[in-house]
Design a protein around this ligand. Structure first.
Ligand code: FRU
Length: 494
């Protein structure tokens, strides 16, 4: 093994990060140290710090041979960059160090498991990329790849599964105390499967079982599984490719679903009680979770996806970012997401407006900005509801992004068609609030320079979207076609 590629990456990021002024990054949304990032990887708590690794191509703002970038944090709100942790520099991963996860071994060492991509000549003489699972061991700063990588290959699993799409290991401790790893693959028809391997030491692995097969219910092939228990329910999060739109529940393209139910531990033994889109916005994919030191379940995701990340001129020093870290809770048959409560200590300059009555279009004193946490609670008059309530954010004479609520059907729509996007694609997204919750609707928007996360009704629904509008466009207006009451709480975030 040569570590030249890794030292080159470390040197490159150190020298080039200086060229990126802080003002070109969002304030709280994690961005790569330089270049490109996609999925969060190895999201974990280890040795007194929270760690975030990420799919990383330092050398350009485009996807390329994958490395793992690395950062640490005390509160998961502000992150500190550490040197790049892994580069594609061994036989098993010379075409890319793809997504994976991290866990603490019983002897205290930190184990990373990732998908190694390499070329293999096929029986027909053609060369194709195959995917295997590899490990590296470290101390939270430097990592050494295991000399006998890969530790799991297609030879270790039933033949019906694909070795070309076999990736994204999520390490867990199982109830029986053994190490488990949840992976995704597919059958010959590109239909997703989540499978599990088991190990005593993290290095020697045996196929355990198929947890669940997709059977075309959620897209085709799946990516980036996560698997945990929340409030007594088993949860399996996957990011399906090629989703079909289903009412308001899933948009077409790349999406993320959370399957909640009971996993009885047998072959295909995961019974889905219900499935929910994790985020209804345009820019959300490949989330990972961890258990916080106080037991809370935290989630972070790539704030983009393969349907939305394609188009930019290349004239950028960095591209790609993560969502805020969110806490997951389970309430009344739904998974809720809220920004970590630690985020609140970064809020300044509160502005409260009680019982503002909106009719026509208006701005409100003190309510504007591109680095703000803004919560608007609508009080809909049941007897005489407005047809539509609109909030325009990141607005000026030319641009805006509009959030619309229509009480009659409970639909919230986020529309960024007018935000200055330069590529064709889906630029609006919607979700539908349950009938019982349609009169008191809270819309909490965290606007962080070039993006917004919209948390609806305490996080029962969330929408994430990038907004590439010039930062000078910082106006906010409210409008309704009939008198509508709204309570507002706004903070600057810094
Ligand atoms: C998901 C994904 C993973 C893969 C990685 C490659 O966004 O396609 O399945 O490991 O990105 O960068």
């Amino acid at each position: 093994m040569s570590d030249t590629k890794l030292s080159e990456a470390i040197k490159y990021e150190r020298e080039n990060e200086k060229n990126i002024p802080e003002s070109e990054r969002p304030g709280f949304h994690f961005t790569p140290r330089v270049g490109w990032c996609n999925d969060p990887n190895g999201f974990c708590y280890y040795d007194g710090k929270y760690h975030l690794f990420y799919q990383y191509h330092p050398y350009s703002p485009f996807w390329g041979p994958m490395h793992w970038g690395h950062a640490v944090s005390d509160d998961m709100i502000k992150w500190e960059y550490l040197p790049c942790a892994m580069a594609p520099d061994t036989e098993a991963d010379n075409k890319g160090v793809f997504s994976g996860s991290a866990i603490t071994l019983k002897d205290g060492r930190h184990l990373l498991m990732y998908t190694g991509v390499s070329s293999e000549t096929q029986p027909d003489g053609k060369t194709r990329d195959i995917q295997t699972q590899c490990v590296a061991v470290g101390d939270g700063l430097t990592y050494t790849k295991y000399e006998h990588n890969p530790v799991i290959t297609s030879k270790d699993m039933p033949e019906e599964y694909s070795k070309f799409d076999f990736r994204d290991p999520k390490l867990i401790y199982r109830d029986d105390g053994k190490l488990g790893v949840v992976l995704v693959t597919c059958n010959k028809d590109f239909d997703g499967r989540a499978i599990m391997f088991v190990s005593d030491d993290g290095f020697s692995w045996k196929f355990d079982r198929e947890i669940i097969r997709n059977d075309r219910r959620f897209g085709t092939m799946w990516e980036c599984p996560d698997y945990f228990t929340i409030d007594g329910k088993n949860a399996l999060i996957v990011s399906p490719m090629e989703m079909l739109k289903e009412g308001y529940e899933h948009a077409s393209g790349h999406g993320t679903v959370c399957l909640l139910g009971k996993d009885n531990g047998s072959q295909d033994g995961f019974d889905i009680e219900y499935a929910q889109a994790l985020d209804y916005g345009m820019d959300f994919y490949a989330p990972q979770t961890l258990e916080m030191k106080d037991g809370r379940r935290a989630l972070i995701a790539w704030m983009q996806n393969w349907s939305t990340s394609g188009s930019h001129s290349g004239n950028l020093k960095l591209y790609g970012q993560m969502t805020l870290v969110r806490e997951l809770t389970y309430k009344e048959g739904r998974l809720y997401q809220t920004p970590l409560k630690e985020f609140e200590s970064y809020r300044k300059n509160p502005v409260h407006i009680d019982n503002a009555v909106i009719a026509g279009e208006t701005s409100l004193e003190g309510i504007s900005g591109r680095h703000i946490d803004l919560d608007c609670t609508l009080d809909i008059d049941k007897a005489d509801p407005c047809r539509a309530f609109k909030i325009k954010i990141c607005a000026d004479d030319k641009f805006d992004t509009t959030i619309t609520y229509t009480p009659e059907d409970g639909v919230v729509t986020l529309d960024r068609k007018n935000s200055g996007v330069r590529f064709a694609g889906v630029h609006d997204c919607s979700c539908q609030i349950a009938p019982k919750d349609r009169e008191h609707v809270s819309l909490r928007m965290i606007i962080d320079r070039n993006c917004v996360e919209l948390y609806i009704n305490g996080g029962a629904y969330v929408m994430s979207a990038l907004i590439n509008t010039p930062v000078e466009a910082d106006k906010i207006t409210f409008s309704a076609d009939k008198n509508t009451k709204v309570n507002i709480e706004k903070y600057d975030i810094a």
